[in-house]
Structures are given as C-alpha cells and as structure tokens.
Write a protein that binds this ligand. Structure first.
Ligand SMILES: NC(=O)c1ccc[n+]([C@@H]2O[C@H](COP(=O)([O-])OP(=O)(O)OC[C@H]3O[C@@H](n4cnc5c(N)ncnc54)[C@H](OP(=O)(O)O)[C@@H]3O)[C@@H](O)[C@H]2O)c1
Length: 395
C-alpha cells in the first residue's frame, strides 16, 4: 500500500508506514534519503530539511526553563488530511507553564511538544487536504506542539489567512477567549461597568475592546503607566496602574454601585477584591489565575469561605471559561474577528520583545526569554516569537 502528498504541485508517493502518529518511531530517514537528500522542495524552491528544532517538555515543572529543552527531531510528514506548515510566528500564552507542569492532562508523560498556536505557510499537504488547501497558503492553527519549526496539523483544524502577519496570531487563543467568553457568559448591555484584569495583555486587550463595542464602561488593570497609556489608546475608560493607585479604594470611590462584569485573569487577591466589588446581579468570568501559575499547586489561595454569602447577597455569579470547551463557536469567532481587523475595527497589539533586555524574540531559543518577559509583567499586547527561516525574506 502506498500514499501520497503534494509539494509544489508534484505528487510524492511514500510507503504508508511512513505516515501518521507513528512517524517518529519509524526509521524513515534512511528510506527518504535514498531518493532525496532533503525531504522535498517547498513552494519557494527551498529545501525542507529532514530534521528541525522543536521545544519538548522533558520534565514536568511550572518552571519553563527546567521543564523544556530545545531538541532536534525529524520534520514530520503530513497524512492524507493534514497540512505540513512552516511556522513563521508562534504565540506565548500564560498557560505554557501550566502545560509544561502537566496540569492540562495529568495522564500525559514527557516528552511532549510545548506551545499552543502558530501561523505560517503550507509547504506540503496530504491528498485529501489538497481539496481545500494549496502549497503556499497562509494558515493559522490552535493546537499542541506549536513551538517547532514545522508542524503537521489536520487541515480541518486550521484557519486560512490572507497573509502571514503576527497580528493574526493574537486572535487564535487570546482574541477567541475574550470574544467567545464575553458573548456567552458576559451578557453585556449598554452602560454596564466592566472590569478587565491584566487588561493590557494578550487576551485582556480584546476583552477591553469587545466590552467597549458593547457600549460598556471599561476599567482595566495593569502594572505601569505605559500600559495604562496603551489601554487608553484602545478605548479603555479607566485604566488603573495598580502599582501606583490603590485599586480597591479607587473602585470603591469611583464605582460605589459595584462592577457588573469582571473578566478576571489574575486570581489570588485580585479575585477576592473583584468578588467584593461585584454589583447586584454582577457576573465574574474566571479566565485564569496567573498569579498562582508559578507555584507548585498552580493556585494562589482565595477567601472562598464566605463566597456563598457574598454571591447570594448580590444575586451574583462566578463562572469559569476554558476555550477548548467552546470550539463549536471558534470558526465563527475567528471569521468575525478577522473581518473586524480587516475593517480597522480591532487593534491586535503584538509584543515581539523589541523592548526586552536582550531584544526581539527571534527563533525558538527565545521562547524561554519570552515566557520570562510575560511573568515579569512586561508585555503590552500579545507576545509573539518570530521563527526566521532561510527563505523568509522571499515572502
Ligand atoms: N480560559 C482560557 O481559555 C484562557 C485562554 C487564554 C488565556 N487565559 C488566561 O488569561 C490570562 C492572561 O493570559 P495571556 O496569555 O493573555 O497573558 P498576558 O495577559 O499577555 O500576560 C500576562 C499578564 O499578566 C500579568 N501578570 C504576569 N505575571 C503575573 C503575576 N505573577 N501576578 C499577577 N499578574 C501577573 C501581567 O500584566 P500586569 O502586570 O499589567 O497586570 C502580564 O503582562 C491568564 O490567566 C491565562 O491563563 C485563559
């Protein structure tokens, strides 16, 4: 039995045993190397190497540097319904350290790939995937193991893009989380007061903008005046630098009737404070609790003992949101956000580390620095790492 995939319009037949999830364990390199010194040529006429760099979790830990190492592995080969994507940009997420700590799926054992999202171009594809995609198409995907030079992703799990731009990456996890959670759980109405925590970050920037589009009054927390300036620029009515202002006092003074909706990403004391400031019929959406992720448990304690009374007294609610549970709404959300961006109705702020001490995040090696940068609270917008390929300049 044989199968095939397409590269630059040429159909290449390889033994079926070379494909699929057993790829890494198959000693395929010698077979391929008999006829091709490299895997194949991509659409720009560049050789796709037989090996590549990939970040693998080799030890479970929330300390990303301890958990993850840069390794050389074979470039994967797409199965029938798959795309081989050459990553150009990968996104950093707060949960990269939850994932490296094994908190997503405790049954998974290292080694496994790190990284949740990327964009790039199709450089090879399976035959049935070629019904909808072609070599050279810009695509985005949201899936495990993205911190790699090349990835194989089922075509049906990818989003076609007009071009490879880092701004599109901001929508895949960060934008989609804000869009879908506020649509489903926020029940926003005009004039309501919305508090967004970590508002100048990857997902916070979108929560601010979507709440403004719903004609709400938006308060956004952040840790510097520069971030506060950015928040102002995207329409936030009341940016608060919590390092310079006493946040609970400010909220009590300026919003005596309380907050209607909280988009809460920080946890710990921030969670407690926000619960205390909920208005009658207030809704808190628990998006994350980044202040606890670096701890062994992944959580900072909150004062939940009195929570039932606090909720009852205000007919308030607290609801969690986890993007993978809402994938049925994902493609519609992406479509709408891409349209908004195209029409200039959405700011997709990207932070590629230009202001980081060692400069721009370039190459998989810089993912470690990028994660540190996030946990130092330095980023404005979505942290994105660029992967330079030898022929990137041709695009
Ligand atoms: N539920 C979901 O499906 C989902 C999906 C995506 C993201 N999230 C959550 O959304 C939150 C933000 O994630 P992101 O990837 O978009 O990150 P981000 O907001 O781009 O970056 C994290 C921001 O959090 C603040 N921060 C960092 N370390 C902190 C600490 N130790 N204590 C308090 N604040 C800290 C910093 O902003 P300031 O210092 O300016 O506050 C930092 O810029 C996280 O809780 C993440 O887990 C959830």
């Amino acid at each position: 039995m044989s199968t095939s995939f397409l590269v630059s319009g040429r159909r290449i037949f390889l033994a079926a045993a070379l494909f699929g999830s057993h790829l890494v364990s198959v000693p395929r390199r010698s077979i391929i190397d008999m006829s091709y010194s490299t895997h194949f040529m991509d659409f720009k006429g560049s050789a796709i190497p037989s090996s590549m760099k990939k970040l693998l979790v080799t030890k479970l830990s929330p300390n990303f540097r301890d958990a993850v190492s840069l390794q050389t592995v074979p470039v994967p080969i797409p199965g029938d319904g798959d795309l081989l994507i050459r990553n150009r940009f990968v996104g950093i997420n707060a949960s990269d350290i939850n994932y490296s700590a094994g908190r997503y799926d405790p049954s998974v054992r290292p080694p496994f790939g790190a990284g949740f999202e990327g964009i790039g171009e199709v450089v090879g594809l399976g035959l049935s995937a070629s019904a909808h995609y072609a070599v050279g198409q810009a695509v985005a995907y949201f899936g495990d193991g993205a911190f790699a030079e090349y990835v194989v992703v089922p075509a049906k799990k990818t989003v076609p893009l007009p071009s490879v731009q880092p701004e599109f990456l901001t929508l895949l996890v960060s934008g989609a989380t804000a869009y879908i959670s506020l649509n489903n759980l926020g029940h926003l109405s005009e004039g309501e007061k919305v508090l967004v925590t970590a508002a100048a970050g990857g997902t916070g920037q979108f929560a601010v903008q979507f709440a403004k589009k719903a004609k709400c009054h938006v308060i956004g927390t952040c840790s510097s005046d520069i971030k506060a300036g950015f928040l102002k620029s995207i329409g936030c009515d009341r940016p608060v630098n919590y390092k310079a202002e006493d946040l609970p006092v400010m909220l009590h003074r300026e919003y005596p009737k309380g907050i209607d909706v909280v988009y809460e990403s920080v946890g710990g004391d921030m969670f407690d404070m926000a619960i205390n400031r909920l208005a009658i019929k207030g809704r808190m959406i628990v998006i994350g609790f980044i202040s606890g992720y670096q701890t062994g448990s992944g959580l900072k304690p909150v004062r939940t003992g009195t929570l039932p009374a606090k909720l009852l007294q205000k007919s308030a609610s607290v609801q969690g949101f986890f993007l993978p549970h809402f994938l049925s709404e994902y493609s519609e959300a992406m479509k709408h956000m891409l349209e908004m961006y195209e029409h200039g109705e959405l700011v997709c702020e990207v932070d590629m580390g230009e202001m980081a001490p060692e400069g721009k995040f370039l190459g998989l090696e810089s993912v470690f620095r990028a994660v540190d940068y996030m946990y130092l609270g330095k980023n404005i917008g979505k942290i994105v790492v660029e992967l330079a390929h030898p022929n990137s300049s041709k695009l």
